[in-house]
Design a protein around this ligand. Structure first.
Ligand code: IMO
Ligand code: MG
Length: 423
């Protein structure tokens, strides 16, 4: 069963943990969009790993991981990740990791531009500063540098020179910065090219050939539906298609080869960075859940904003994503609450909206309509069977299932590998 795992909210739903678990039974795991803005946390025993570019299945030594063409690769960040694992005794071999020839490369000017644009903007996006937006912009403007270009010194020289000619003018005239020197970047990136070359291949051909042989593929999404460039809370989004639709174009596998979609959904809601967030908690409740759920960005360390579960959001995500199953993550974080709220609609200008509005003003001024449910007020971390969950926890989950209209298959009740209930 070729399966896509995506986030249904604003990222950080626990995709890393879910992928680590599901990939155990799959042959290949493919990341298909985003870049080192992602932060996927996997905890094994006492060890915590945070993956930005490497697929979260990389800890299973016999499985193959693929970085697809839809990902933007910062070679420095990727090599740091590979070296970091090696220091912890995990070797990442070219047999185990394959990188698409046609993936786009994050350049130093992308990272700098990300920061400068953010500084200049009146309405900040709160990006991760990893150069993601500028790199995808170059891909679309057709001045990007792909992995295959990086591996060919003649092509790389030409493209880099061309880019610097234009970009340095821009850096000087718009931002009053001195710009970049060809030689420094060229040498740095030739070093990366030498090290990455053994991992590079046409991953679309590779994955399709493996599918033909009957191997199973897990497609690993980064970020979440409301950070999607088309369907998210634009412009407070990331620069790629984070929804299921991003998978086929992001790795060259046809949608007809995808059998199942599993969405990771946090039992509440979080968001990091700027942008509208209808069910955001008041500061006191925000602090409580942030502390209990350790809600700090895995990439930037920023405090995540926290709020009640919003079924309007997740229902919308389920519609555009064709979700087959939900994985409710971090249920244990809500253990102590005397009551919980579920958002079922939005009140705006005298009417109740049941669907997610795209109008920015509506998103900023609407008032969530809540349903209140009693809490379970006991720890769920030891439970391994759905029916053994406290009745109020089950009622909370069943109401989510009703409102979203997708069956709950997994419930995560802790950060460790075995702290998961399969229904
Ligand atoms: P994972 O895969 C949560 C957010 C940033 C910012 C916006 C744009 O761990 O769920 P960008 O640097 O992408 O241009 O920033 O997107 N963002 C994430 N938020 N989880 C992520 O990844 C994110 N990746 C980007 O905070 O609001
Ligand atoms: Mg994350």
């Amino acid at each position: 069963m070729n399966t896509v795992v995506v986030g249904a909210q604003w990222g950080d739903e626990g995709k890393g943990k879910l992928i680590d678990i599901l990939s155990k039974d799959m042959d290949i795991t493919v990341r298909y969009q985003g870049g080192s803005n992602a932060g996927h946390t996997v905890i094994v025993g006492q060890e915590q790993y945070i993956f930005h570019l490497l697929p979260s299945a990389i800890l299973h030594p016999k499985k193959v991981c693929v970085i697809g063409n839809g990902v933007v690769v910062d070679p420095r960040a990727l090599l740091e990740e590979i070296d970091g694992l090696e220091k912890r005794g995990i070797k990442v071999s070219p047999r185990q990791l394959k990188i698409a020839v046609n993936t786009h490369i994050v350049m130093p000017y992308h990272r700098v531009l990300d920061g400068l644009r953010e500084k200049m903007r009146e309405n900040k996006i709160g990006t991760t500063g990893r150069g993601i937006g500028p790199c995808y912009a170059d891909k679309v403007t057709r001045c990007g540098i792909r992995m295959v270009d990086l591996l060919n010194p003649t092509v790389f020289t030409e493209k880099l020179k061309d880019n610097l000619r234009e970009k340095n003018e821009y850096f000087k005239k718009v931002f009053g910065q001195k710009g970049f020197d060809f030689k420094g970047i060229f040498e740095e990136y030739q070093g990366y090219a030498r090290r990455l070359k053994p991992y590079v291949c046409d991953t679309a051909l590779y994955v399709n050939a493996e599918i033909k042989k009957g191997r199973s593929v897990l497609f690993e999404g980064a970020q979440g539906a409301f950070l999607d460039i088309d369907f998210g809370t634009y412009p407070f989004v990331t620069s790629s298609n984070t929804i299921v639709g991003g998978a086929p174009s992001g790795c060259g596998v046809a949608p007809t080869r995808i059998d199942k979609v599993v969405a990771a959904v946090k039992a509440y809601t979080t968001r990091v960075g700027e942008g509208p967030f209808p069910t955001e908690f008041d500061p006191k409740m925000d602090d409580i859940i942030r502390a209990k759920g350790k809600e700090f960005g895995a990439t930037t360390g920023r405090a995540r904003r926290c709020g009640w579960f919003d079924s309007v959001l997740v229902r919308y995500a389920a519609t555009i994503g064709g979700y087959d199953e939900l994985a409710i993550m971090k249920l244990d974080v809500l253990d102590e609450l005397p009551f919980l709220r579920l958002c079922t609609g939005y009140r705006y200008k005298g009417t109740v909206l049941k669907d997610f509005p795209h109008d920015y003003q509506a998103l900023c001024h609407l008032k969530p309509v809540y349903e209140q449910l009693p809490g379970w007020q006991k720890p769920v971390g030891e439970v391994r069977e759905f029916r053994k969950l406290p009745v109020n926890a089950r009622n909370y989950l069943m109401r989510i299932e009703d409102l979203v209209g997708v069956r709950i298959k997994y419930v995560s009740i802790g950060s460790k590998r075995d702290e998961i209930i399969t229904r």
